[in-house]
Design a protein around this ligand. Structure first.
Ligand SMILES: [Fe+2]
Length: 167
């Protein structure tokens, strides 16, 4: 029996956002996912490898931060799926997509870790902020809401980390 193309093809998506806009937004969210995952891993790395007199403070602080980042990757990936696209989920894809650099190969000193994380949170904030025009153009409020939440977290975390570097 001949296969019916209409049955074998994936159902089309009619949520009021054009195919082109869904693709653009999903591509942007993929970059945000890669940045978030990369910063998650660096923060967990620093939780493991921090040393010095600030050990207790930073070990505990980094745990709160990597847990938040770990929880954040899921809604970002699932928004990409809701827009009809495949969520990236490999180190190769994340490396290609991320604006945040991979963790340093040798653990830096404690305050240098803090500086690396400030820059990481600022970079993820810039990525999230850059996606608003595409989301706004398509009236993609769920994506805009997600971006707003992520921006608030990254800007607040950057401030808290930055404060550790001030006299
Ligand atoms: Fe731990």
């Amino acid at each position: 029996m001949a296969k019916s193309p209409s049955k074998s093809a994936a159902p089309s998506i009619h949520i009021g956002i054009s195919d082109k806009d869904r693709a653009t937004i999903a591509q942007g969210l993929s970059r945000l996912l890669a940045d978030t995952y990369t910063l998650y891993l660096t923060t967990h790395n620093f939780h493991w490898n921090v040393t010095g007199p600030m050990f207790n403070t930073l070990h505990t602080m980094f745990m709160g931060q990597y847990t938040e980042l770990w929880n954040a990757v899921d809604p970002i990936a699932e928004r990409i799926r809701a827009l009809g696209h495949v969520a990236p989920g490999s180190y190769a894809e994340f490396t290609a997509l991320a604006s945040v650099p991979d963790a340093p190969s040798k653990p830096p000193k404690a305050l240098e870790m803090v500086r690396v994380l400030v820059e990481g949170h600022e970079a993820v904030a810039r990525t999230a902020r850059s996606l608003f025009p595409a989301a706004d153009k398509a009236s993609d409020e769920p994506t805009a809401d997600l971006l707003t939440q992520r921006l608030a977290v990254h800007e607040q975390t950057a401030w808290m980390l930055r404060s550790l570097l001030e006299e």
